[in-house]
Ligand binder design. Structure first.
Ligand code: UDP
Length: 479
């Protein structure tokens, strides 16, 4: 055997790395030569110039489209605008200019009609924003953009303020859209920033497209009763903020309270299940969940203030619980689901006390141990995800034994936060179509609930409406 050292064979001949190095050195020398530096500067300048020109063209195109649409709208609306102006003046109001900050934080007056509440034309206040088309014509505003803010609302020194003031404020904004759909749970400034950060032509077209059905969705109710009565179920007509505040107060107290969410399906169940209905009647809070209940509200002339569901409420509740120092226990879902949701919470609300969690598949024999574990954990808030109406009945039967101060039936919430079931995209929720997304995910389980259930629900609501109208008429004749 030969012990002679073998020379490594290089596929590209000898010392190829030397050739590479020489080539690199010569390239660098070229690059740093006077000519090379000049060439790079020129290329850099041309790149910046083309970006600047492209941005300017995009801004000019947007302004041009806004102006053209505004002219067309103004021509079409001018007879109506004139009529409204005359009515506003006759009723003691008129056209006012609200101080607002526009692009580059310049002050401008946003035109609005004003009809005094005491006048017989006060209902026309829903059209008060029509003269804003003049601001778009003048270039103070766009059709779509961040909200037009009052001069003292957002200080110029705030970092985010500068970003928003790069754009003209819009007649339509993300905030307006979400408010119409009753899912405006992020704060106004947050939604403005979401718009500014994701601003694109497609985004604007999306807002414009969603604005059409949003107009018909109706928006936040200005006059709404404190309690709603639908098909025998009584609902507390609260906003998300009020509901999470009340639940946190319950968690700090000493009673064993129950909170239930009701959607159209729950109202249907309560129609034929007296035990479930009795549990809802005894719940300390019953909250309106979903577009079905919202629609019923409009049909029955009982405006629902906000669409509140456990899934949207969880972040608010965790933030409030974190601040109040109250703890939470998660019960329900398949094995691994409650753990996943607990992890989601721990990542975002690290100071919130997680008392414990466990899956929702246990036998009647195991139930005492489950209750004992919750009691031992000292949980203040207990989220129970076993599906309606089972979870509501379970809470009613076991809330004392669990020791929790407030127990809430939350349906599929843990599945969403563990990531097992994805939540509908925001644009679908804005359109009140989350139910369709749920159907799409589990068509076999959900078709009956949504297609048959919703039809039955609306039929019952329509029947109730006819009865209430009829009895109101009879009442009128009698009195
Ligand atoms: N579930 C449970 N134990 C059971 C049956 C169901 O923990 O014995 C869970 C199920 O895994 C799911 C939740 O209960 O996470 C029900 O979710 P669904 O979306 O059906 O709730 P609903 O909308 O019917 O209230």
């Amino acid at each position: 055997m030969s012990l002679e050292r073998q020379e490594p064979q290089h596929p590209r001949g000898h010392f190829p790395e030397m050739t590479d190095r020489e080539a690199l050195v010569s390239k660098l020398a070229d690059g740093f030569s006077k000519g090379g530096i000049r060439h790079r500067r020129r290329a850099h300048f041309m790149r910046s110039l083309s970006w600047t020109v492209a941005i300017r063209i995009a801004v000019a195109l947007r302004r041009f489209t806004d102006a053209m649409l505004a002219v067309a709208l103004f021509v079409v609306l001018s007879p109506l605008l004139l009529l409204l102006l005359i009515l506003a003046i006759v009723s003691g109001g008129g056209l006012k200019q609200k101080p607002r900050l526009g692009r580059w934080a310049t002050h401008f007056g946003m035109y609005e009609f004003y009809f005094p509440e005491s006048s017989s034309f006060s209902a026309l206040n829903i059209l008060k924003r029509l003269p804003t088309v003049l601001n778009i014509l003048k270039g103070d505003m766009s059709f779509i953009g961040p909200r037009a803010v009052a001069p003292d609302e957002i200080l110029g020194e705030e970092r985010t303020a500068w970003k928003r003031y790069n754009l003209r404020p819009g007649l339509l904004s993300l905030w307006w859209l979400r408010k119409r759909a009753n899912i405006a749970y992020s704060n106004e400034v947050g939604l403005d920033m979401e718009y500014v950060d994701t601003n694109s032509l497609w985004g604007d077209l999306g807002i414009a497209a969603r604005a059409v059905p949003a107009v018909f969705l109706g928006g936040q109710a200005s006059v709404a009763p404190p309690k709603l009565h639908f098909l025998g179920v009584t609902i507390d007509n609260l906003t998300m903020a009020e509901a999470s505040e009340q639940i946190t107060e319950m968690a700090k107290g000493n009673a064993s309270s129950q909170v239930s969410f009701v959607n159209a399906d729950c109202v249907n169940i309560a129609f034929s299940d007296n035990d479930y209905k009795a549990v809802l009647d005894k719940s300390q809070l019953v909250l309106a969940d979903g577009i079905g209940v919202r629609l019923a509200g409009s049909i029955l002339n009982q405006n629902v203030r906000e669409n509140i569901n456990g899934t949207d409420m969880l972040p608010f509740l965790c933030a409030a619980a974190e601040q109040a120092g109250v703890s939470m226990y998660l019960l329900g879902g398949r094995p691994g689901i409650a753990d996943g949701a607990a992890e989601w919470i721990a990542q975002r609300y690290p100071q919130m006390k997680m008392a414990g969690y466990r899956n929702g598949y246990f036998s009647d024999e195991e139930e005492p141990q489950v209750l004992e574990a919750i009691k031992q954990s000292g949980a203040d808030i207990l989220l129970v995800a076993l599906g309606a109406p089972r979870q509501e009945k379970w809470i009613a039967a076991n809330k004392l034994a669990s020791g929790a101060k407030v127990s809430i039936g939350v349906g599929g919430l843990l599945d969403f936060y563990s990531g097992r079931i994805p939540r509908a995209p925001v644009w679908m929720r804005e359109l009140g179509m989350e139910w369709f997304y749920r159907f799409w995910q589990e068509p076999r389980r959900m078709w009956r609930r949504y297609f048959v259930g919703n039809a039955v629900f609306l039929f019952r609501v329509a029947t109730e409406r006819m009865h209430t109208k009829g009895s109101a008429r009879t009442g009128g004749i009698a009195s």
